[in-house]
Ligand binder design. Sequence first.
Ligand code: FE2
Ligand code: FE2
Length: 288
Amino acid sequence: MSGSDFDYPPAARDWLLRYGDKLPQFNPAFASLVGQVSWEHGDIQVLERVVAADPGSVVRLLRVANSPFFGLSKQVDTIQGALTVIGLAAARSMLIRGYLLDTFGAADDDVLANDFVMHCIVTGVAARLLAAEAGVAQDVALIAGILHDAGKLLMVIYARSLVERIYAGESTGDDDSFEDEIALFGFDHAELGACLLDHWALPEPMVQAVRRHHHRELCVTPLERTVFAANRVADHLIARRGAQDPATAQARLDELAIDPARLAWLEERVDAELSLMFAMNRAGRPGG
Ligand SMILES: [Fe+2]
Ligand SMILES: [Fe+2]
């Protein structure tokens, strides 16, 4: 562990360290994608190089571009062609989706893992969009947002049956799960995810933002507040598409008092990512 002076509940850290060498490794390609590729300004050549360096990304990108979602009459067989079809922002999210699935050893058609991954990516994109006005570095907000529920993905790999018990009922969003997790594990996914980020030697402010993301009263730094808000915004945007209870998500969003015009602006910017991820997740469902 790093030299953090934060006291993790020993149970979460011990549970994590039990897995030793089998723990997921932080993927440097993920940081490279986040750091090198400008999010707003189309830089297709840079993204093309990042994709080309990872055979798994090439396969995934071509599969997505040729999926029924885009309804192409002719197969696309080049990276550039796939990026043009998908669009740069959605393509980056698809790549991050792939990195997360690979990092945590989840299959492309694992519905539960994909739902968690979609929520993570939307939280990351929302955190990045909220970062500027909060005075937070955009790439830091993006990474912290994407990884804020890393603990959930760990639980999916290492404690599948317990996680399925927790999420077997109708999901009403991220903030509902942690009390059930504490009852079953003795800790929640926020603490577990924070331990993993610390194990990966990611910066302490990011670790704290992950640990505190369910507790508004504990979120004091701009990064912690940004990730907290982004998590709720993500729940709301996903709930609007029918995957969660919209009333609960709306009530939690109201607590943030985000200006409706600002929310519409956020929604517009994650729309391409959300539409594509919903289509991909549905494709992984039995009969979907
Ligand atoms: Fe969470
Ligand atoms: Fe979350």
